[in-house]
Design a protein around this ligand. Structure first.
Ligand SMILES: [Ca+2]
Length: 276
């Protein structure tokens, strides 16, 4: 996948390799002001220390950046959340000073950066442009007929609608479609496109030509929907095993289950770059 995506050189592609985080932590001036800002934001009662309660939003952000589900959703991930909190409080239920906060935050961020350096994450913004390029490009007919023959050999007689849905599922990120199956994409991108399609009452698949025509109509609407609601796909070639962080937290817990496969807007990876 790494070779695939890099050869595409998409403008919508962004690679997270941890270098931004390294830069942030290593630049004393910038990092100090980052910590000052973060600390001030967290220190709700402005007493110069962070209580366990005040640390919660930071712990939640770190968990999200690690790709953990929200707190309270599983005992495994809750355990990791409590370990992250313990890193700040050093196991004591005391308040955390700005110096302590800065040290732990720096360790955690450097751990994330090390993990990202080993397994960079590619972030793709899928906004319909690549899909339009594909359906209007020179390889459209050949590639879609190959998809078509796969579908037909799977199941000889299919209504046109099913055929189009299956074909959309077979398209890849390189052709401008989000990875499939995904229920959000199905209900927000694909279904609305099919609802507006004028071929809904076509019972059976007539020919390759009609398939190519009808598929293009739906795909154009899919591209339009993606333009209105772009999908962010985070993609890591390898499992992000968090081992850098695991080392930092002295092997106190397993991060093996933490993976970045696919996430959407407002999700983990983005908070990794923007919140933290
Ligand atoms: Ca406080």
């Amino acid at each position: 996948m790494a070779t695939n995506t890099s050869s595409l050189k998409k403008k919508s592609e962004q690679v997270l390799d941890g270098s931004d985080i390294m830069e942030l932590v290593e630049n004393q001036e910038v990092f100090t002001s980052f910590v000052d800002h973060k600390f001030k934001e967290l220190d709700k009662d402005s007493d110069g220390h962070l209580s366990v309660k005040e640390l919660q939003p930071a712990v939640a952000d770190i968990g999200a950046a690690l790709g953990l589900p929200a707190q309270g959703s599983s005992p495994d991930s809750d355990h990791i959340y409590s370990e992250v909190l313990n890193e700040f409080t050093q196991g004591k239920q005391e308040k955390v000073s700005k110096t302590e906060f800065k040290e732990v935050l720096s360790d955690i961020l450097l751990g994330m950066a090390a993990g990202l350096k080993r397994d960079p994450i590619v972030i793709l913004r899928i906004d319909g442009e690549d899909l339009l390029e594909f359906i209007n490009g020179p390889s459209y007919e050949v590639e879609m007929l190959s998809v078509f023959s796969q579908i037909v050999s799977d199941d000889a007689v299919l209504p046109m609608r099913d055929c189009i849905v299956k074909a959309l599922e077979k398209l890849t990120v390189d052709q401008g479609m989000p990875p499939s199956p995904d229920s959000w994409v199905t209900s927000n991108i694909i279904e609305p496109a099919l609802q507006l399609w004028d071929g809904n009452n076509q019972e059976k698949l007539v020919s390759q030509e009609t398939f190519l025509e009808e598929f293009k109509k739906v795909a154009e609407r899919v591209a339009q929907n993606l333009k209105e609601q772009p999908v962010i796909v985070a993609h890591s070639e390898n499992t992000f095993d968090g081992s850098g962080i695991k080392r930092l937290l002295s092997n106190k817990f397993e991060l093996d289950k933490v993976i970045y496969v696919k996430t959407y807007e407002r999700n983990a990876i983005l908070s990794c770059c923007y919140c933290f």
